[in-house]
Write a protein that binds this ligand. Structure first.
Ligand code: FES
Ligand code: CO
Length: 324
């Protein structure tokens, strides 16, 4: 498992809820292979390793709420204890060591989250999913050959919108970023509303300013809300990233709208995929791969305040993975 105590003790996204049906699946998280499965009690995450002969439990099946190893059919209950060994003569006790390593696992916001330290901390709030006011669309997986902090920082980067996403999320004529603050309040870290001039933010063909508020939720989970002041509508995108191993990350998100977009979920996802495909070559080729947390490294502008706040946040928390 990749060393990073802060991340091991956090809820990290493993996959989408819809990825875990009746068959167990293998998910690599922080270099650790996990078998994730669903039974009548919910979702569960084990180390993907059978103590008998090292088979991958994710190749097995779920039977009577147990995860059954594909090799010799040992059966593991959802707390990891082995409850049946078919090769043992009747009446022989199951060895105490016959256990699978189980991690904390929960399902929330359309995703499966795993805590590798076995803790159950509170998960970040995402009020857009609490009521019925917002239409929510699950986005991802999107594999990226980059470390999570570079991907997250790109999402928090205001200055690139009118360059990388010129014609989509910004205009070449409006690259200047007005002054704004980052607020620290009640444990929240969020920016003021930042005016961004967009060619067609609401699909009417009319260019205008919309207002972005960025917020840092967790080391690898952030969000922004875009507000249309004329129509008084909100769109939020939450981005969360799974560190797979040293090279690979997988991005997921939730796109939330409190208005009728006139688009199908597939069209919403396709648009987000296109935006992300514009960011990907940038992020995959940034050097150093590790996000520099020393603010003397690289050259920040005032408009980079959200990124700076993110770097300071990671530094204060002591996040190591993907940072330098
Ligand atoms: Fe799992 Fe033998 S390797 S039961
Ligand atoms: Co971008």
């Amino acid at each position: 498992m990749l060393e990073d105590k802060v991340l091991q003790e956090d809820w990290l996204v493993a996959c989408r809820s819809e990825d875990v049906k009746e068959k167990p699946i293998q998910v690599v998280l922080m270099g650790e292979r996990l078998a994730i499965f669903r039974n009548s009690k919910g979702v569960h995450a084990f180390k993907d390793l059978c103590i008998h002969r090292g088979a991958a439990l994710s190749l097995g099946e779920v039977k009577n709420d147990c995860l059954v190893c594909p090799y010799h059919a040992w059966e593991y209950g959802d707390n990891g204890d082995c409850v049946k060994i078919p090769q043992l003569p009747e009446g022989k006790p199951i060895p105490k060591k016959a256990k699978a390593t189980s991690y904390s696992c929960m399902e929330k916001y359309g995703f499966i989250w795993v805590n590798l330290a076995g803790n159950q901390p509170d998960i970040f709030p995402y009020p857009e999913m609490d009521g019925t006011e917002f239409h929510n669309v699950i986005w991802g997986p999107q594999e990226v050959q980059a470390k999570p902090p570079r991907i997250i920082e790109n999402f928090l980067d205001v200055g690139h919108l009118a360059v990388v996403h010129e014609g989509y999320l910004g205009a070449e004529t409006h690259r200047e970023i007005e002054n704004y603050k980052v607020n620290y309040e009640d444990g929240r870290i969020y920016s003021d509303e930042i005016a961004i001039f967009q060619p067609d933010p609401d699909g009417s063909g009319q260019a205008k300013y919309v207002y972005y508020t960025y917020e840092i939720l967790r080391p690898f989970t952030v969000r922004f809300t875009k507000r249309d002041r004329e129509k008084d509508t909100l769109m939020t995108i939450m981005l969360t990233v799974r560190p797979v191993d040293e090279e690979t990350s997988i991005a997921y998100g939730i796109l939330s709208f409190n208005y009728e977009t006139g688009l199908s979920d597939e069209e919403i996802i396709a648009f987000q995929d296109e935006i992300f495909s514009q960011d990907k070559p940038i992020v995959q080729n940034q050097k150093p791969e590790e996000l520099p947390l020393d603010l003397q490294v690289e050259l920040s502008l005032v408009s980079d305040r959200v990124s700076i706040a993110y770097r300071q946040y990671l530094k204060e928390l002591g996040v190591v993975l993907g940072t330098a």
